[in-house]
Design a protein around this ligand. Sequence first.
Ligand SMILES: NC(=O)C1=CN([C@@H]2O[C@H](COP(=O)(O)OP(=O)(O)OC[C@H]3O[C@@H](n4cnc5c(N)ncnc54)[C@H](O)[C@@H]3O)[C@@H](O)[C@H]2O)[C@@H](O)CC1
Ligand SMILES: [K+]
Length: 519
Amino acid sequence: MFTGREVSTTAQMRALETKAIQDGRTSGLELMERAGAAVVAAILCKWPNYHRHSPGLPSRAIVLCGPGNNGGDGFVVARLLAGRGWKVQVDLLGDPDSLPPDARTNHDRWRAIGPVGRITPNGAECYQAEVLVDALFGIGLSRPLANSLWNVFDGIYDAVHSSSGGPRSPSVDHVVAIDVPSGLCADSGRLLAEDDLTVWGADLTVTFGSLKPGHLMADGPDLCRDVVVADIGLPGWPPGPRIHRLVRGKIIKPDGHKYDHGHALILAGPSGHGGAARLSARAALRMGAGLVTVCPPQAAMPDHIRPPDALMLRPVDTAEDLGKLLEDSRITALCLGPGCGVDRADLLLEALLDSGRAAVLDADALTALSRRPNPFAGLPKGCVLTPHMGEFARLFPDLAERLNALPTRGPAWSKLDAARAAAARSGVTILLKGPDSVIADPDERANIHSAFDIPWLATAGAGDVLAGMVTGLLARNFQPFDAAGMATLIHARAARLFGPGLIADDLPDMIPAVLRNLA
Ligand SMILES: NC(=O)C1=CN([C@@H]2O[C@H](COP(=O)(O)OP(=O)(O)OC[C@H]3O[C@@H](n4cnc5c(N)ncnc54)[C@H](O)[C@@H]3O)[C@@H](O)[C@H]2O)[C@@H](O)CC1
Ligand SMILES: [K+]
């Protein structure tokens, strides 16, 4: 049984389906029937009034079926909706004789009820329905949509977005995608196309067993909108790496002495650049680190004579200064990078690495790291690297290049793949930031955090706060993977709670309210 937080790649999904069938638990046809039934149930749940859209008139559905089993699911949906009194039009892309066996069976079952039309470039001009079911391509999309299909997509796009509503103009109220909106790569959330493609998004996407990475990343969330995960009786966790959607967590500060909750050191930059480190420091305190010390160069000390008074101050000018400070074994985590300046980060990096302490390397520290001949040599296991895509490209140019290449084959490379490859190469936890953040560690664990609903979090200093939050949790002895995940989750919730107009300074002060709800 899945719990709802699992994310499976298409390869894992196929392996699971094959195993369930080989074990004799179920058959492909049975899974297809359950899939179709789940789609119908989700439609009726989301739009209960469509059961009868106006007195005496049946609701109307257009089901577009593709050449594979996604199309097979579509035939099941058509049959079940017709059985509920809907007026259903079914159009097929391709030749019925080429359908795979289960899809062909369901095609034939539908043919006993109604006709199957052909999907043509201009066919969408007369589409009029409450619901259009997109059963063209699911997890089997393996290559970019051919140019000949583009006209079809354009026509459907016009039908979906038509607002004229006249009797002869196309109009579709809602689109329901089976598994994924067609054209979207389920593994990456990227559109498989050789050029720009107009894809109509769905209002509701019904997927099976578990989420796929593409529902959470890149273009996926925008195109899938509401995603329902339907249990169709697939057992257990699929073989391969464990990927989760990051949606919840627990974080409690137990009783104890202040040193029991760790001591975080935030290395600050030169005079006039201390704000970033102060944001990090404030966030580390709010995350429950017992003590937090800001360490600017001596000349910048006066900049920091200001609240919060809970912050401590120690000057650090040289690597030796830092090394001396780190002789205190009660210092449990460091943060290097925010507002630090690349040269200063470079100067302090070696002492930090030599200490073997847990640390967050962010911003300028990542640039300093990328300039080293062997960037990942000697990184302590407790390190978390927190790059955004630009910093990631400096640290892992080949991975970024692969990620940025036009996705012409499925499964396309995703941020998930890139973050996992980076964790394997560097030997430490990677938090690859963005509206879709990925946290990956060298043990092949990965979490995806999808937060496209809070665009106001893309504000100056928000990354510094996040770095401080991770540092606070590392100081408290959280494992790097857990610290990065919890901080990402709480950071997003804090932004959501504050709402638009947020500036980074607001974030640390929202943390207590978020923590109260987590505990
Ligand atoms: N895996 C599972 O556990 C289950 C899968 N089911 C359904 O089966 C789907 C997967 O079925 P398939 O593997 O047959 O894959 P799809 O139905 O997604 O598509 C495969 C077909 O599309 C063609 N195709 C791929 N890219 C194309 C392109 N760019 N242009 C034109 N044709 C292209 C392929 O040649 C193949 O004929 C799922 O998305 C889901 O809807 C369900 O029936 C039940 C359970
Ligand atoms: K689809």
